[in-house]
Design a protein around this ligand. Structure first.
Ligand code: SF4
Length: 720
């Protein structure tokens, strides 16, 4: 389809990790309209309700448009000078680890790259972490344990080529709607394709499921270790693949065999018949993709869940082939881009490792940096605990709202309030976080900024500006560079366009790459502004500048080799020292956090039409109509037991706090557990901040908080 470039701008949706292409148009009267980009390989023209409403969420009401110091409007020079001088003074008095940056999967890759460069190479600390820690850190850790690197093997086309899709802890219909639509469309064409949904709730995703396993909360490790044991017992293993391409199978199978089928049934809350039917289907279906998201990742056993899933794919050789593989889908629009540039406290840029001296030396030399972080930094939960404990003296929060979104939110708010120096750069003036900032820096929003994002299938797409920045708002990368220059690092932060930053990031990804880590985009090193402007969506690794030609699924074969991408692990080689994938031995635990005072398990999550803390979607009346107020889903038997009627206002209490929400009684909810969405803040509902209930309990490997397993009690607060 021909696009009139003068009137329609190709950009990318800023919500979820599907990364849909959007065509945005500004009419002569200033009205903005959007439609799905028919040529974008993620969505081929589709948009979900949130993407379709983008034009309704870009108004300037509530925007921060001028820098502020202590609630006083000021100019950029004064604000930036204060930030830079306070950071420099803090480093001089307390050392680099007294500074922390808490950044966001909403940032563009160029923003992320510069923030990481400033912190790790010039300030000399790894205390930069991201709200993506709450989103996919367990998958990153699981990939690194099994594959030797954070490399995602799946692509969206695999979902259409699979004969069996196993959805684990993933309400795709609401949280990754366009992927759901692609699967539903593929299933229409190929009725033999089967879908299994594994989720404590019967969500809207169950509409396309042939089988729904209403698993007990955090029963996933038992389910997949049970599957591994079952595959072994039923001669359903790919022995040749295991021998040639993996290590550690014997130990993993031994650990998995600790539970017999009855034990797995007890741990998962599923019947032995349900288990046998699922295990038989998995064993019999060579083309199987296992998709997982927050139900797996946001758990105190999240990394073990990821590796239990990967173990089953390695044991059957179902990885690196079309229509197969474990596939973690990311929540945020640029969670993947942050991983590429080392925007996490335990990573270096370009997929390099902080604890590898060779990698540290290489990155430091490339940056000509005066320092390089020598040890892992503080992960998100640890970071705010360090703020509370007084170890962090200066905190910069970029494009995120931790006062509402971090677990134990009241404690996080108290920590931020007590921190001696807090900088917040954001789009909005009134978030619950920015209210506590000493310095507020106005950032440009979607539609006003240029850069790139990477979606769940490793596809890098451009976000393009089509609106003028309001007031004095500036791109995040510009703000970081200005602070760096004022701290005396001007030579390394002289970028004047995002294209220059992308070109530097690409150059580092290919810098002295000896071929052992072939997931760089080095071919784009030094890209010029014109090429960057025209950059078409492509997947990494990028072996050729010819962008991958978008194909519709019905056109058949994958567009991989010969265009720009390689299927990871197609040759059976992994990024471990011996080139073999590692089985991880995992034992299921029967941990439960309920007790007589808090007898129910709260599962927190998302709804179809809102995004995170509603700072954008809350502006759209249409989106707010879908579900107008915070609620808790409760099973009819639990409701009766606790004396709760449908639509009653109820109080949910945990050891951390309490909220008031509307009761929604539904058999879709599993007995013994309840579900509530995380979006509402005090701005939208009195006492509705759900993360005042959640605890700072994390997965010990990934540091990802367990946001889906909180012991609570529920009682009627008032009549409807
Ligand atoms: Fe945006 Fe995700 Fe919806 Fe696509 S599926 S339009 S990326 S929110």
């Amino acid at each position: 389809m021909e696009i009139d470039a003068a009137r329609e701008v190709r950009t990318t949706c800023p919500y979820c990790g599907v990364g849909c292409g959007v065509l945005a148009k500004v009419a002569a009267d200033g009205q903005v309209s959007v439609r799905g980009d028919p040529d974008h390989p993620a969505n081929f023209g589709r948009l979900c309700s949130k993407g379709s409403a983008l034009a309704e969420t870009i108004g300037l009401d509530g925007r921060l448009v001028h820098p502020e110091i202590h609630d006083r409007r000021t100019g950029w020079n004064e604000a930036l000078d204060l930030v830079a001088s306070t950071f420099s003074q803090t480093i001089a008095e307390h050392g680099p680890d007294a500074i922390a940056f808490y950044v966001s999967g909403q940032l563009l890759t160029e923003d992320y790259y510069l923030a990481n460069k400033l912190m790790k190479g010039f300030i000399g600390s790894a205390n930069i972490d991201t709200n993506s820690r709450l989103c996919m850190a367990s998958s990153v850790a699981g990939h690194r344990r099994a594959f030797g690197a954070d490399t995602v093997p799946g692509t969206y086309e695999d979902l259409e080529l699979a004969d069996l899709i196993v959805l684990v802890g993933s309400n795709l219909a609401w949280c990754h709607p366009v992927l759901y639509q692609r699967i539903a469309a593929a299933r229409e064409k190929r009725p033999e394709m089967k879908v299994v949904l594994i989720d404590p709730r019967r969500t809207m995703t169950s509409d396309i499921a042939d089988m729904h396993l209403a698993i007990a909360p955090d029963g996933d490790v038992a389910l997949f270790t049970g599957l591994l044991a079952w595959l072994g017992q039923h001669n359903a293993l790919d022995r040749a693949y295991i021998t040639a391409h993996t290590t550690g199978f014997g130990q993993a199978l031994f650990a998995a065999s600790a539970l017999d089928l009855a034990g797995v049934a007890a741990a998962t809350g599923l019947s032995e018949d349900e288990l046998s039917r699922f295990y038989s289907l998995f064993a019999a279906t060579a083309r199987t993709v296992t998709v997982y998201s927050q139900g797996v990742n946001q758990s105190s056993s999240g990394t073990d869940k990821v590796n239990a899933i990967i173990n089953c794919h390695l044991a059957t050789g179902r990885i690196g082939k079309p229509g197969t593989g474990p596939f973690s889908v990311t929540g945020q629009p640029n969670a993947m881009g942050g991983r590429e540039v080392g925007g996490m406290a335990n990573m270096l840029a370009a997929h390099m490792e902080i604890d590898d001296p060779g990698h540290r030396e290489r990155v430091q030399r490339f940056w000509s940096a005066p320092a390089i972080a020598g040890k892992l930094g503080l992960k998100a939960v640890e970071m705010f605990q360090a703020v509370a404990g007084g170890r962090i003296k200066a905190l910069w929060i970029m494009a995120t709202n931790p006062v509402d979104s971090m677990p134990d939110a009241d404690a996080v708010e108290a920590a931020i309030k007590a921190c001696p120096f807090v900088v917040v750069s954001d789009v909005l003036a009134g978030t619950d976080t920015i209210r506590h900032a000493h310095v507020r820096l106005p950032a440009t929003a979607w539609g006003e900024k240029d850069g790139t994002v990477t979606n769940s299938e490793r596809r890098i797409s451009r976000q393009r500006a089509f609106l003028a920045a309001p007031g004095e708002a500036r791109p995040d990368w510009w703000i970081v560079a200005e602070v760096a220059r004022r701290m005396g690092f001007g030579e390394a932060f002289g970028h004047v366009t995002p294209a220059e930053i992308f070109g530097e990031h690409a150059a580092l990804s290919g810098f002295e790459n000896d071929g052992a880590r072939d997931f760089d985009i080095g071919i784009y090193a030094g890209i010029d502004g014109e090429e960057y402007e025209a950059l078409a969506p492509f997947q990494w690794p990028a072996s050729s500048r010819a962008a991958q030609s978008p194909r519709r699924p019905e056109q058949g074969a994958r567009a991989v080799r010969g265009s720009s991408t390689t299927r990871f692990f197609a040759n059976g080689n992994f990024y471990t020292s011996d080139g073999k994938a590692r089985f991880i031995p995992i034992r299921a635990s029967t941990d439960t956090r309920t007790n007589p005072d808090f007898p129910l398990i709260l599962n927190t999550g998302r709804i179809r039409d809102h995004w995170h803390t509603m700072t954008r979607t809350g502006k759209s009346a249409r989106l707010s109509q879908h579900i107008a107020e915070p609620f808790v889903e409760i099973h009819p038997a639990d409701a009766q037991h606790h004396g709760i009627g449908d639509a009653d206002i109820v109080r949910i209490s945990s050891t951390r706090g309490e909220v008031l929400v509307r009761a929604l009684i539904t058999p879709r909810q599993r007995r013994g557990s309840v579900f509530a969405p995380m979006h509402w803040t005090d701005q939208f509902a009195a006492r509705g901040r759900l993360d005042t209930l959640t605890a700072p309990l994390v997965d010990p490997v990934s540091g990802q908080p367990a946001l889906k397993h909180v012991a609570v009690r529920i009682e009627k607060f008032a009549a409807k």
